[in-house]
Design a protein around this ligand. Structure first.
Ligand code: KG4
Ligand code: ZN
Length: 336
């Protein structure tokens, strides 16, 4: 088999990442330059700051990715890039860099949807078997996606307000935890118990949609009320109760979606929040009841934004000969 080498770019939010992927399945390099420290003092990602960091770091990331992979431009088969969804200024840096490399080295350009990239992080565990269902949980999205065949994505349910990761980050701020708070809330949750009765919105309706803003507000109100009456609440129990509410809803809806789509061979768990240990454990338990469905959890180190996942998704487009051209633009609101 001819050696396929894709140089992949990811710059949709606060990580600048460049990877070299072989045959859509082997990571030769995956450089991730995170900007989290620069955004922490603002409590979230500042778009202008993100764009500036991407500009400063992307050239170095390309050099490091090629060097670590021991690959030269001449050996590349294609260049892939996230073109949406994400912050427009941030996306533009990656898109411009990828177009430049593709043009300079006469390589095909592969536009990749960031959310498809998250799903394909699971590809590094094992090949996707279609039809598959993906629970996609990140800082900006919470979706259940049905994958009928390679390159086909259908959203069957999504959040009507906050994404799960966004809720983690916002309640984390109330607990005095730095952005992004998900990982630390997850750690505290394992030290506490579900003692607060937080709401589980839409848990029992017929749709596969989610809602997390009511839970977020209930959490914030509980903490503020305690502050007013000078009562100290147990942080670990607060975190555990919040996490239990999030995991309950995500797991219940996923189980119902699996029941509604009995042809599904795999459940893929992906996106930044897929690193959550409570969610990983709960889905492992729930999936034991589905003898014909295999749970494929994206590797924890590939749950957050990275270019390796973009390269894996791009390989499918490469095989389908779906290429972009010099007119490719950032699409901040891109959906499936
Ligand atoms: O996918 P991602 O890296 O960026 C987006 O595309 O949004 O997701 C980042 C989100 C953040 O909200 C972060 O708090 C959350 O993923 N996150 C977690 C955990 N690790 C990261 N949320 C819950 N538990 C975790 N262990
Ligand atoms: Zn992401």
């Amino acid at each position: 088999m001819e050696r396929n080498l894709i140089l992949a770019f990811e710059s949709s939010c606060d990580e600048t990442s460049v990877a070299v992927i072989e045959n859509g399945e082997t990571i030769l390099s995956n450089i991730v330059a995170t900007q989290i420290k620069s955004h922490q003092r603002f409590g979230g990602v500042v778009p202008e700051v993100a764009s500036r960091h991407h500009i400063e770091q992307i050239t170095e990331c390309i050099s490091m990715a090629l060097a670590e992979a021991q690959v030269t431009y001449d050996e590349l088969s294609a260049v892939a890039v996230t073109y949406g969804p994400g912050l427009v200024g941030a996306l533009l840096i990656g898109v411009t860099a990828a177009k430049t490399v593709a043009f300079a080295h006469n390589l095909p350009l592969i536009p990749v949807n960031h959310m498809a990239g998250h799903i394909y992080a699971a590809r590094y565990v094992k090949p996707i078997e279609f039809p598959a269902l993906a629970l996609l949980v990140s800082g900006g999205h919470t979706e259940l996606v049905y994958l009928a065949e390679p390159g086909k994505f259908e959203i069957i349910g999504e959040t009507r307000d906050d994404a799960a990761g966004e809720a983690y980050d916002k309640i984390g701020r109330v607990l005095g935890i730095n952005y992004p708070a998900g990982k630390e809330v997850d750690r505290l949750a394992h030290l506490g118990e579900d003692t607060f009765d937080f709401p589980r919105a839409m848990d029992h309706d017929d749709s596969f949609d989610f809602s997390f803003s009511g839970l977020k507000s209930a959490f914030i109100n509980t903490v503020h009320h305690a502050d007013q009456i000078h009562e100290t609440l147990d942080r670990n129990n607060l975190a555990a109760s919040f996490q239990q509410a999030v995991v309950d809803v995500l797991a219940d809806k996923t189980v119902r979606a699996l029941q509604a789509f009995p042809d599904v061979h795999q459940l893929i768990l992906a996106g930044g929040v897929a690193a959550n240990q409570g969610l990983r454990d709960r889905l492992t338990t729930e999936l034991a009841a589905f003898k014909n469905v295999e749970l494929v959890k994206a590797p924890i180190k590939l749950c957050g934004d990275n270019a390796a996942m973009i390269g894996a998704a791009a390989y499918v487009s490469y095989q389908q000969q779906q290429f972009g051209d010099a007119t490719l633009n950032a699409e901040p609101g891109l959906s499936f």
